[in-house]
Design a protein around this ligand. Structure first.
Ligand SMILES: C[S@@+](CC[C@H](N)C(=O)[O-])C[C@H]1O[C@@H](n2cnc3c(N)ncnc32)[C@H](O)[C@@H]1O
Length: 207
């Protein structure tokens, strides 16, 4: 699955950003898209924030507007170098989300934007466990990612997008009970909302 467009979108940041911009129109644009996972959260500028799987800093750019201590983590050095240039206000760590080089109880907020759909089911479990470990008690995990549309009209657009740009893990996420997984690991669910005809989900859970 996926096409050469996936390779190109990771190769050329202008292409990735252009596609993200168009996709975000489904929820009213990029600013609104980035605001969704943070909606209703009390954000303190001194909070320790992790942008998990930060890529080239697309969401990190938004997070640094509210917080002074933002760390971006990604497994791709190329993406991190771009993030460093794009959003120098944050600090960056090259690591796998499955094995984060942070102590226990370190962050007030772990945020991840459209990244969990890149993980295999077994990876997902490990990563959520890691998020739980690095969050302080009472800390929040906020995420936005794909979801199975509840409005049939949104199926063709999502299916085309996944076919062109994603791999089978994105399809697997549509069939994953993410809320159940988070609860099993010990998180308390405070918010689960659907957007863009149900094709996008926002989850906020706390430790
Ligand atoms: C679709 S991009 C999302 C980037 C960014 N968060 C955004 O909002 O556009 C997914 C990112 O996850 C990263 N990634 C994939 N698997 C990872 C892993 N196991 N550990 C850390 N980062 C990973 C990729 O390198 C990529 O930058």
């Amino acid at each position: 699955m996926a096409t050469i467009l996936r390779t190109w979108s990771y190769q050329y940041q202008w292409l990735y950003d252009g596609i993200s911009r168009v996709a975000a129109l489904g929820v009213g644009g990029e600013t609104r898209f980035h605001r969704l996972p943070l909606q209703g959260l009390k954000i303190d500028p001194e909070m320790m924030v992790l942008d998990l799987c930060c890529g080239s800093g697309q969401a990190t750019k938004f997070l640094v507007k509210f917080c002074n201590n933002v760390t971006g983590l990604d497994v791709s050095l190329v993406s991190l170098k771009r993030a460093q240039t794009n959003v120098p206000e944050a600090s960056y760590v090259e690591a796998a989300a499955e094995e984060m080089p942070f102590p226990d109880n370190n962050f007030d907020l772990v945020h991840t934007s459209v990244a969990l759909h890149e993980m295999k089911p077994s990876q997902l479990q490990t990563i959520i466990n890691e998020v739980y470990r690095v969050l302080k008690p009472g800390g929040v995990f906020a995420l936005v990612d794909f979801h199975k549309p509840t409005n049939l009209l949104f199926w063709p657009g999502l299916a085309l997008f996944l076919q062109l740009f994603e791999t089978e893990t994105a399809w697997q996420l549509l069939d994953t009970d993410l809320i159940g997984l988070l609860k099993d690991i010990g998180f308390q669910v405070s918010n689960h909302t659907l957007h863009a005809g149900g094709s996008l989900q926002v989850i906020q859970v706390s430790k």
